[in-house]
Each structure stands twice: as C-alpha cells, then as structure tokens.
Write a protein that binds this ligand. Structure first.
Ligand SMILES: Cc1cc2nc3c(=O)[nH]c(=O)nc-3n(C[C@H](O)[C@H](O)[C@H](O)COP(=O)(O)O)c2cc1C
Length: 173
C-alpha cells in the first residue's frame, strides 16, 4: 500500500488535487494506494497526541495511513519557502518507528516559480534523519495554476510525463 500524503491542512488546497492526480495514475497502474489529506486531521491533534498523550481516532488514522503503508508519496506545497508546519507537527506526533526503512517519493507544488525546491531538500533531510529512503526524482510543480485546471485535471503533457516517469521508477525503487 502506498499512502499519498497531501501535506497541508488548507481546505480545498491545490496540493490535495495533485495528490488525487497521483492516486489516479497509481490506480491506472493497478497499484494499491490511498490519500491522506491533512485537512482531515483532528483539529487538536498536535496537543492531544504529542509526547506520551494519544487519542484513539488519531491512532487509528496513523495505523491506516502510516503503519499499513510500505511506501509514501508526500505532495507538499511551498509555504514560506519550505513545507507546511502542520506536516512537521504530524511527524512529531507519529514518531519515526512507522517511517523507518520505508521508501518515500516527494513532489513540490507552488504557485511561484521554484516549485518548493527548498521544501524538497528540507523534507529529504527530515526523512533521512528518520532513516527512510528518499527516491531521487522529485518533481517540482511550479506555477501550478498554469498546469492544473479548476477541476483539478492536469492539463500539461510534459508534467504528466514527468509524474508518470517518477511513479514508474518509484514503484520498482
Ligand atoms: C501560508 C502560505 C504560504 C505560501 N508561501 C508560498 C511561497 O513561499 N512560495 C510560493 O511559490 N507559493 C507560496 N504560497 C502559495 C502556494 O504555493 C499556493 O497556494 C499553491 O496553490 C499551493 O498551495 P495549496 O496546496 O495550499 O493550494 C503560499 C501559500 C500559503 C497558504
């Protein structure tokens, strides 16, 4: 099972739409996948599941999305030159055990021109610290509004080819 994480809690995010594009491509390849949208996290998760505290709904979510997954695809928007704080907060609650030795692919999403390049580096450092393996191809989807239409459909053949090539490589990684 591959868990695709939409790494923002912003309701109606473009990142969630990109996560859905990834999910559809994986399904076309008959690869089991599921999307975890951080907009669905319990609103108090950071305080009620941190440093010894835990709640059943959160633990159940983590079992489904982290424990049962052998690979992750993290689709991350660029917020202030990096990945969103809510994603780091989530990782601080989940801990490293459910991530260690698993494989991770990264995707950057931004309205600006850099496509979350620095966020990809920051996420790579985070996952390597947790002893996960990060796949080398990390598409940086810059000026996302130009390649994704209002319905969330990818409207750019070059980007589609980049994503499909990343997925094919990641499946055998
Ligand atoms: C808090 C916040 C910070 C942002 N910072 C940046 C940034 O540093 N660079 C950039 O290109 N876009 C930035 N954006 C715009 C996002 O790239 C844009 O909203 C894009 O659609 C991806 O974010 P989304 O998934 O929330 O829609 C920011 C957006 C938010 C909400």
């Amino acid at each position: 099972m591959i868990t695709i994480i939409s790494a923002t809690n912003r309701e109606g995010s473009v990142t969630a739409k990109v996560a859905s594009v990834y999910s559809n491509f994986l399904s076309e390849l008959n690869v089991d996948n599921q999307v975890m949208d951080l907009a669905e996290l319990p609103k108090d998760f950071l305080f009620s599941n941190f440093y010894g505290a835990s709640t059943e709904p959160f633990q159940e979510m983590m079992k489904i999305y982290f424990d049962q997954a052998h690979k992750f695809i993290v689709v991350s928007p660029e917020y202030h030159g990096s990945y969103p704080g809510v994603f780091k907060a989530l990782i601080d609650c989940v801990g490293g055990e459910m991530i260690k030795a698993k494989k991770v692919a990264l995707v950057g999403v931004a309205s600006g021109r850099i496509g979350n390049l620095r966020g990809m580096d920051h996420l790579t450092a985070l996952f390597h610290h947790l002893r996960a393996e990060v796949y080398s191809s990390k598409p940086k989807l810059s000026q996302i509004h130009k390649i994704l239409d209002a319905d969330g459909k990818l409207d750019d053949s070059e980007t589609e080819a980049i994503i499909k090539s990343q997925l094919e490589g990641f499946i055998s990684f």
